[in-house]
Design a protein around this ligand. Sequence first.
Ligand code: 5CA
Ligand code: ZN
Length: 387
Amino acid sequence: MTLRLYDTARRAVVPFEVGETARLYVCGITPYDSTHLGHAATYLTYDLVTRRLEDLGHTVRMVRNITDVDDSILPKARELGVPYLELADAEMARFRSDMAALEMRPPAAEPRATEAVPQIVEMVARLLESGNAYLTAGTVYFDVATFARFGSLSQYSEDQMVRLARVRGGNPDDPHRRAPLDFVLWQTSAADEPAWRAPFGVGRPGWHIECSAMAMHEHGPTLDLHGGGTDLIFPHHECEIAQSESLTGVPFARHWMHSAMVNYEGEKMSKSLGNLVFVSELLEVADPRAIRLALMAHHYRSGFEWYDTDLADATALLHRLLAAARCPDGPDPRRFAARVREALDDDLDAPAALGALDDLASAVLSGGDDRSAPAALATRLRCWAST
Ligand code: 5CA
Ligand code: ZN
């Protein structure tokens, strides 16, 4: 049995071939606001990958970073009037408790960008030396013209990339860059922003280089799988490939996996739009296991709209599963377990896996062939009574 997953780079569902240890890197949160359901859905995707790989006998080393310095956390800290690291620490604590409540496997390592600055500085220095980067007006840019494969992950046209860069914080109209798609590796800090000393100037890192530096520091030059949401395919992951492979000459990730966006009120759930459903708020009214089930009802590659009523369906399923689990007898569960594994191996088809569990619960709770026998009926009633 092999886990087959869609690879964004190859545009196909392919066997995820990996040695004994699987080296995963998943783009983590920028801790300036609470965990919302979109984050939870994305991290649940990699939690399922981790669990299935472990079930297949692999050791999984999942690294998930913390973007504690970038262009979004600093303005938010300024707006709130708090030191940015204080904001990051508070949000990280909330994130960890939300993830724990949802029973997500903790990452093997959780590097913070602010603690990876020496590795970032070294990478930027090497990119300047190799001629893949240039320094102008205090900013170091990656020179996209030096990397012929730029755009190969997203397969977007140059026009599309420029348009997306404009809305995703890339500033392609900045007159200092040689070409619109050149991206920032290092930049000067505003007076109230953190700054680090580097041979090419005092300043702070660009966002993309942070993930390359943290990923390679934890895992070496090639990851088995790099994950995140689809919003990161361009520019973030495209830029990570360019800067990493320019230095190492080997593939940065053997497999690229992206989880689709969760929408709410008609748009991508995002901190900048403010249409958020916070995990912590849902936890006040719902069983965390029902939240997991509600998310698993959607395939990770189909974006979906969250409706507040989704929880009611998931809670009903949870109660059915719990009642079945309490029943002392029922059919042999092994063929249902096999269906769960087959579903997960088929590009992580969580809805089909839930379908198999639901069928098992129905088989248990319907009492099988002797469903009308008074003893079977009494047992089933007891199963329900204890939920
Ligand atoms: N810190 C960067 C990655 S290095 C970042 O994108 N942070 S984030 O807080 O904006 O998002 C954290 C993770 O959740 C990312 O993998 C992102 O792709 C994913 N994500 C963000 N919004 C959604 C959403 N609405 N639906 C699904 N996943 C989302
Ligand atoms: Zn990242």
